[in-house]
Each structure stands twice: as structure tokens, then as C-alpha cells.
Design a protein around this ligand. Structure first.
Ligand code: NAD
Ligand code: WQD
Length: 337
């Protein structure tokens, strides 16, 4: 049945892909975004992909007045909450901005939802809540370990939701811990588009493939992994988007919350990612081994069985498809702003 969904941060990378998945599943979706990390042409792109008008409200999750207006104007059945700041290094330099946006924004949003009687929310959490985990693949039962202020905001966010759900059984939260999102929409019209030099591997590799950056720095080859480089569980952003649809539908079906990892359960090393991107782009990608990046985790791989059990979620797309879709997206320069 069609549900009316508010998508905070819906103009961003994962949010825009989730918008498409929700609309394709028949839901009625409104985006709320302050555009601090998104391009304004996203709405037009989403219209081209879905063939329907897109409703975008420019606004901030910390703005209680705006939220009162948004929830006053129509009845939402649920919120999918992506809006947050996400740069790890930046969070170490400017923790207050992260607490304000990620925790302040979540609090203000939950207050507005409570007033409006809308008490279902899907929350973007992260594998980063596990810090350096004792167990790999990592299960949802692993303990919280904050490594930086960004990770701390995800832990605090989850804990807030947990206490809120205990306070009133009408609340139901889908907590989704993403591993490493990668790739882009098959259309090549939306994707990840960092403003500055990318911090994350896949967008950095993409910029080396296009020639915007000269070479990849591989942060360490002396980890206890098969080729010595860091291993991550990369998940195609279209698979990830589908996970949100399943999470929402489960909240409506059961009226109860869940907390699951969204990953593939399989890890790839930095060198394997570079090799896959070389295949996808058909370009030689120069790299050099440099020192380890401080705070890096050697291996992050999800235990993926709980999402399969609880949501029926299984990933479908491969690392090669992540690289090919990313390459298609970055080659689409001519139609970008
Ligand atoms: P993104 O920066 O592309 O998207 C976030 C969107 O939220 C942007 O469009 C931004 O303009 C908007 N936004 C930020 N603060 C806002 C505010 N206060 N009010 C309204 N809009 C605001 O990031 P993303 O990669 O799409 O991440 C989405 C969510 O997933 C975030 O919560 C992030 O922490 C989480 N997450 C991301 C990753 C990843 O590697 N990309 C991994 C795990 C979790
Ligand atoms: C992947 C691998 C690097 C860049 C980060 C956040 C995490 C989550 C996802 C939101 C590692 C190596 C990277 C480069 C490299 N975000 N690397 N050269 O660190 O797993 O996770 O994004 O929740 O919180 O910490 O992702 O893409 O930065 O790194 O060698 O230029 O690639 O060392 O092994 P990470 P990443």
C-alpha cells in the first residue's frame, strides 16, 4: 500500500537512490534537504529517472519552525532520515558541527514527528559504530566503539532511538548499519559527487580514472589481510536503497523496530577495488603504497544473515557492477551542472 514518506537528506548520495527505489515501489515521497552537500539539479535528474514530478522542500532538520510547517501541511506515515554530516576527518576537527547537525537535527526531527503523531523512522547508521571490532564478519551484537565524533553521533543516535522506543511502543525504528556504499544508479544520472578531493576510496579511484587526480595513494600494505591492504564490504548503492524500502515495509507490517547490518558479507581489498575499476574503465590506474591512514580499521565485513532473516534482504550487485556504474556516472560530465 502506498505510504507517504518524508526523506531527509534525500538530495544526497544514498538518499537520491533511495528516493528512486521508494517511488518505484509505489510510495509517495517528499524530500527535505538543506543542500549543504547536494546539487540542486538532483530533482530534475530524479524526474527523468522516475518520470514523475519530484517534490523537494529546502529546509534544515534543526529548524523546528520549518518542520512544524512540513508536518502541518500533510500527514506523513514515516520518515527516512539520511540528513547528516559524514566526513570523519572533518568531525575530528569540528565536533560541535557534527553534534549539532547529526544529534541536534535528529532530536528536532523526532520532536516534530512526535507532535505530528508520525512515529516510524528509518535511520542511517554505519558500520563505524563498531570501531575496531573483535569479530569479522561483524554481527549486530558487537559492542559500540566510537573512533571519532562522527561515529559517536551514530552511536548516540541509535541510543536515542532505543530509549524513545522504550518510552512509547508507538515508535518503531529501522536502524540500518551501512558498510561501504559504492557505485551509482544504472542511468548514470545520479551518483556520489564529492565537492573536494574525495576521502573515500571509490570516488578517489574514479577521479584518477577520469584524469582529475594523478594517482591513488594506497594507505598501507602491511595489514594482516591477504594482500596487506585494507579490506571493506562494498555494497552497491542500489542494493542499499532497496534495503530501505524493505526496512520501511517491515516497520509497517510488524509495527516493531529492527537493527541490521547492510552489507554483502564479502570483503575486497584496496588493490582488488583498483583492479576492478581498471577493468570497468579500461584505463591503467597508477597507485603508490603510502603510510597507513591514522584510525583506519584493517577489515570491515558485515555479518549479513540478520538482514536476510529479518528483512529478506540480499545484495544482488557485484563489485564489477559498482565500478561500472560509477564509471558511467563520472563519464556523464557533459550533463552535469
Ligand atoms: P550525503 O552528504 O550525500 O547526503 C546527506 C544529505 O543530507 C545531503 O544532501 C545534505 O545536503 C543533507 N543534509 C545534511 N545536513 C542536513 C540538515 N541538517 N538538514 C537537511 N539536510 C541536511 O551523504 P550520504 O553518503 O548520502 O549519507 C547519507 C546518510 O548515510 C548519512 O546519515 C551518513 O552518515 C550515512 N552513512 C553514509 C555512509 C557512506 O559511506 N556514504 C556510510 C554509512 C552511513
Ligand atoms: C576504504 C579503504 C582505506 C582512500 C569511511 C568512514 C565510515 C563510513 C564509510 C560513513 C580503507 C583505503 C581509502 C584512499 C586508500 N562512512 N583507502 N586510499 O574508511 O572504510 O569508511 O566511509 O559512515 O565511517 O570511515 O572507507 O573508502 O575511506 O576506505 O587506500 O585514498 O580504502 O585505507 O582500507 P572507510 P574509505
Amino acid at each position: 500500500m502506498t505510504k507517504r514518506i518524508l526523506l531527509t537528506g534525500g538530495a544526497g548520495y544514498i538518499g537520491s537512490h533511495t528516493y528512486v527505489a521508494l517511488v518505484e515501489a509505489g510510495h509517495d515521497v517528499v524530500i527535505l534537504d538543506n543542500f549543504c552537500n547536494a546539487r540542486r539539479n538532483v530533482a530534475e535528474r530524479l524526474e527523468r529517472i522516475t518520470g514523475r514530478p519530484v517534490r523537494v522542500i529546502e529546509g534544515d532538520t534543526r529548524d523546528a519552525g520549518k518542520l512544524a510547517q512540513v508536518f502541518g501541511a500533510e500527514d506523513f506515515d514515516a520518515v527516512v532520515h539520511f540528513a547528516a554530516l559524514k566526513a570523519v576527518g572533518d568531525s575530528v576537527a569540528r565536533p560541535l558541527e557534527y553534534f549539532d547537525c547529526n544529534i541536534g537535527g535528529l532530536t528536532t526531527l523526532l520532536q516534530a514527528m512526535d507532535k505530528a503523531g508520525c512515529r516510524k523512522l528509518v535511520f542511517s547508521s554505519s558500520a563505524t559504530v563498531y570501531g575496531i571490532p573483535d569479530e569479522t564478519p561483524t554481527p549486530e551484537t558487537a559492542e559500540f566503539r566510537a573512533m571519532n565524533p562522527y561515529g559517536q553521533t551514530k552511536i548516540l543516535g541509535e541510543q536515542m532511538l532505543d530509549w524513545l522506543a522504550r518510552s512509547n511502543p508507538d515508535w518503531a525504528f529501522g536502524v540500518l548499519r551501512y558498510f561501504n556504499p559504492a557505485g551509482a544508479h544504472a542511468s548514470g544520472l545520479i551518483g556520489e559527487d564529492p565537492n573536494d578531493i574525495p576521502n573515500n576510496l571509490m570516488p578517489f579511484v574514479a577521479k584518477v580514472a577520469t584524469g582529475e587526480l594523478p594517482k591513488i595513494a594506497v594507505f598501507g600494505d602491511d595489514y594482516d589481510t591477504p594482500d596487506g591492504t585494507g579490506v571493506r564490504d562494498y555494497i552497491h548503492v542500489e542494493d542499499l536503497a532497496r534495503g530501505h524500502v524493505l526496512s520501511l515495509e517491515k516497520l509497517f507490517e510488524t509495527g516493531r523496530g529492527h537493527c541490521v547490518n547492510l552489507g554483502t558479507g564479502r570483503g575486497y581489498s584496496v588493490l582488488e577495488v583498483i583492479a576492478a575499476y581498471q577493468r570497468a574503465s579500461n584505463r591503467a590506474l597508477p597507485y603508490e603504497i603510502t603510510a597507513r591512514r591514522p584510525g583506519d580499521v584493517p577489515v570491515y565485513v558485515a555479518r549479513a544473515d540478520k538482514a536476510a532473516e529479518v528483512l529478506g534482504f540480499r545484495t544482488e550487485k557485484t563489485l564489477d557492477e559498482m565500478c561500472a556504474s560509477s564509471w558511467k556516472w563520472v563519464c556523464n560530465d557533459g550533463i552535469r551542472e
